[in-house]
Design a protein around this ligand. Sequence first.
Ligand code: NAD
Length: 370
Amino acid sequence: MKIAVLKETAAGETRVAVTPETVKKLASLGASLAVEAGAGAASAISDADYVDAGAEVGPAAAVVKNADLVMGVQAPDVAALAGAKPGAWVAATFDPFGQRERVDAYAKAGLEALSLEFMPRITRAQSMDVLSSQSNLAGYKAVIAAADQYGRAFPMMMTAAGTISAAKVFVMGVGVAGLQAIATAKRLGAQVSATDVRPETAEQIKSLGGKPVFAEGLEASGEGGYAAELTDEQKAAQAEMVSAHIAKQDIVITTALIPGRAAPRLVSDAQIATMKQGSVIFDLAVAQGGNVEGSVADQVVEKHGVHIMGFSNTPAHLAADASALFSRNLFNFLSAFWDKEANKPVLDEEIGDAIRLTKGGEVVNARLKG
Ligand code: NAD
């Protein structure tokens, strides 16, 4: 089986889907690897590193030619896949709800699109889950970036010149990114509180040394461990809780997402106006519509003396680690299904049907058809 790895083309994308470590491991399964020249450069991986690991390195057209499987961080344009075997697989993140035309184009081209963000949240797929590995790094980076923007220190410091009090950090949304944000802020010495709409997160917040702050009786658990959208009444209850809490916070990290929908609005301009001058809000959901009124991707916006920030692609700010984990997720996925005789992965129904978007010229995924 020939596996192709292309250089990412999306603006600001610094990651690469496959690192030399994974090249070696895939080669030991029996695959041959071809990597586009320069694909790893933004993740501190040279072409020579790929050659040493056993990959062929060359221009895009040669890399894609006769490929059985193309791997990407973000799905390449269909035009870049001309020359791949008919019906070739493409394993990447597709943003299937946001970029529906791309999915249709893959179907039309007869390609088999495997959307890594549709990996089911089941125990055996944990090691294959790119959303988790990338969100974890994003939660860390959000705190580091906010700390850098903040004009004060995080830990309490008792010095000869007097005492500096610890920063108060409020994390909104306690999924994978939020948990890592709590852990990182605690490690830096902040006083941390956090909220979610799934009540089971209260124990998780406490186990990391944070204080759960929940709107009375608010519960909005959706399918598969994800959150559901709040009713208007629930939104009002949450807004009341946030208004009472946020004015005392120095740093707010928002991470709330609802699959297939725009990110929920959690912080209003009126609430920002109650915060202290110099406070920082990092909106991790800015690329999905934003949790915070007025946040703009890749900009620091000042409103009422508060700095509001967020990156369009947070994992790309930690390219080397993000690539390493993404690549290990891909290897864990392919190796779990590798069939030695066929010399290729043979997917089972549970995971195959969950992640397959297109096959045989059709869009076949139930979440897209429904
Ligand atoms: P996510 O990125 O979809 O959302 C981030 C968080 O925002 C979630 O905790 C969600 O409940 C919260 N949220 C949504 N709307 C909100 C609102 N209005 N106010 C406050 N918070 C709000 O979440 P995720 O990180 O992908 O995790 C989702 C679930 O999947 C979790 O239960 C997690 O433990 C689970 N998970 C399971 C696996 C696995 O078993 N393979 C892997 C990763 C995550």
